[in-house]
Design a protein around this ligand. Structure first.
Ligand code: DO4
Ligand code: MG
Length: 283
């Protein structure tokens, strides 16, 4: 099932997406559906199917979930770890260390306040000169850490701020519109092999492609269960938490984001998450 949300009366309403059509789930957001399916012990797709309207309407997907919390993992692909060590002038430094250790890097990415959906502007900080998209597969979690579904995420990050000093990581990672999610959440029975997804990312400027990259989730160095276990160790997360699984696509500095650029992340089994770039925090 392709589950998501549409905008409705200043808020969001859950919907099942079939092609360009949406079947609304009156009275429920996606987080409500996850809580209901867990409370009743009925899988999310069946809970949703029972409640969804039988009258499809032409509606575009909006933010697929209003997440209680968003967390993210880092250095889960070799490319991400080696790039970040090189940024610090080390062949093998703290990022390679984390890549090779059982304990992954897990950091707080924010709340719904910093999230945007498909088509909405992602932010580049006015005080950053090297902001990059980080295309990632994201896990939508239930109250016990079960995977309710998969979506796409852009962990937009100010790499120059992160590079200056590791203690600046939260300022690189958490700011207005730093996280895009969408277009829909695919429930597990419709994504039998999440470790074999081809992900692509393009950045276009004035209609011209200035960057294109690709990675397979087969290159992910961790299992989702291990990432979730570390996230929730001594830290029980609420239903509707989203966990980003790390980037395997690295955008070079000469393609640093600029206002008006459009970043498009695509996984055929999930869809396309496309967002224009806008400066945030200019004085
Ligand atoms: O500490 C660096 C963050 C790494 C990250 O976000 C990633 O690898 O995706
Ligand atoms: Mg990341």
């Amino acid at each position: 099932m392709r589950l998501g949300q549409i905008k409705s009366e200043g808020g969001y309403l859950a919907a099942v997406f079939e092609g360009s059509l949406a079947r609304e789930v009156p009275g429920y957001t996606v987080a409500d559906l996850i809580r209901r399916s867990e409370a009743q012990g009925v899988p999310l797709n069946r809970t949703t199917a029972r409640l969804a309207s039988h009258h499809p309407v032409e509606r575009a997907p909006a933010l697929p979930i209003v997440p209680a919390e968003v967390w993210a993992c880092g250095c889960t692909y070799e490319r991400s770890a080696s790039f970040r060590d090189a940024e610090h002038g080390a062949r093998e430094g703290m990022y390679a260390y984390v890549y090779n250790q059982p304990r992954p890097e897990v950091f707080f990415k924010g709340t719904a306040r910093v999230c945007v959906g498909p088509g909405q502007a992602i932010g580049m900080r006015a005080d950053s000169s090297f902001t990059a998209p980080e295309p990632e597969l994201a896990l939508v979690l239930g109250a016990k850490g079960d995977i309710a579904g998969y979506t796409l995420a852009n962990d937009v990050s100010a790499w120059d701020i992160e590079r200056e000093n590791p203690l600046y990581l939260p300022q690189s990672k958490i700011y207005a519109a730093c996280c895009a999610l969408g277009p829909v959440i695919v429930t597990p029975e419709d994504l039998p092999d999440p470790y074999n997804l081809e992900m692509t990312c393009t950045v276009t400027r004035g209609g011209r492609e200035i960057f294109s990259g690709a990675v397979s989730t087969a290159k992910l160095h961790r299992k989702f269960e291990a990432l979730i276990e570390y996230l929730r160790r001594a830290n029980p997360t609420p239903a509707g938490t989203v966990l980003l699984t790390g980037t395997g696509i690295i955008v070079p500095e000469d393609a640093a984001l600029a206002p008006g650029d459009v970043v498009t992340i695509r996984v055929p089994e999930i869809g396309e998450l496309s967002n224009p770039v806008q400066v945030v925090g200019a004085v």
